[in-house]
Write a protein that binds this ligand. Structure first.
Ligand SMILES: Nc1ncnc2c1ncn2[C@@H]1O[C@H](COP(=O)(O)OP(=O)(O)O)[C@@H](O)[C@H]1O
Ligand SMILES: [Mg+2]
Length: 243
């Protein structure tokens, strides 16, 4: 579905991502984990054409999308839920969802169908469709941000730190939801600082350090690796979730 080959991204002279290769197959949940500043968001922004790449290639469904305009990439079936959710606080749940309607979806029937499908996946949003988004809980706002991305009916979705700022019980809920996206056939590239949660829902994981992939593999392999466990899964002095 999504294939990144030898990606280099720089901000001016400063490299942020170096020679990164990764792949997400259909229905697969793949996580990109790493500390703050490792380059995770840069990877996602490059995939959807928001940050220019300085080297490497990105393919979506075998089509080269490197350097393509964001809108065109979206039309090929890719959606992103950005860091920090960015929902419109003063608007209702449904108004926020409708903003996710793709520019190429013009028929009222199709828009209604997409809305129904999002409400079917997230009954909580259906119950709160007329509620002002700013009054939703953090978990519900994240749900809304994901629902809005689904309004364009993507086959591949990029999630940037969906658990950020959520209470532990809501984190659990959001990860269950991410898992359900994969089960529903979507390909998911998940960026997380919450490594243990990411591992629990992912088929494969890539670890990014200073823009370089230092390790990749199945969650089992990661958990079995002492150095990685110490650095990323709590306990070590570099534990990602330590304050
Ligand atoms: N717009 C930007 N301009 C300059 N440097 C940036 C910009 N965005 C991110 N960076 C730098 O690139 C590196 C990777 O950032 P980012 O991709 O946001 O990391 P992460 O999402 O893993 O926290 C960091 O050193 C960050 O300071
Ligand atoms: Mg980030």
């Amino acid at each position: 579905m999504l294939s990144i080959q030898g990606l280099d991204v720089s901000y001016g002279p400063v490299p942020a991502v170096k020679a990164l290769s990764l792949q997400v197959d259909r229905g697969e949940i793949v996580s990109l984990i790493g500390a703050n500043g490792a380059g995770k968001s840069t990877v996602l922004r490059s995939v959807c054409g928001l940050t220019p790449v300085s080297g490497g290639k990105i393919y979506l469904n075998q089509q080269n999308i490197t350097g393509m305009a964001t809108e065109k990439i979206a039309k090929l079936g890719l959606a992103m839920v950005p860091e920090g959710r960015r929902i419109f606080q003063q608007m209702t749940v449904e108004e926020n969802l409708l903003l996710g309607t793709a520019s190429w979806t013009t028929s009222k029937a199709a828009i209604q169908r997409n809305l129904c499908s999002v409400y079917h996946s997230f009954p909580r949003l259906a119950q709160r469709r007329r509620q002002i988004a700013g009054t939703l809980s953090g978990g519900e706002q994240q749900m809304l941000a994901i629902g809005r991305a689904l309004m364009s009916v993507p086959h591949t979705i990029l999630l940037d730190e969906p658990s950020m700022g959520l209470a532990p019980i809501l984190v659990e809920e959001i990860f269950q939801l991410v898992k359900a996206l994969g089960t529903g056939g979507l390909s998911v590239l998940l960026v997380e600082q919450n490594a243990s949660m990411a591992l629990s829902v992912s088929h494969r994981v890539y670890v990014l350090e200073n823009g370089t992939c230092v390790m990749s593999g199945t969650p089992d392999k990661m958990i079995g690796n002492d150095a990685l466990r110490a650095a990323y899964l709590g306990g070590g002095k570099h534990a990602l979730n330590s304050p």
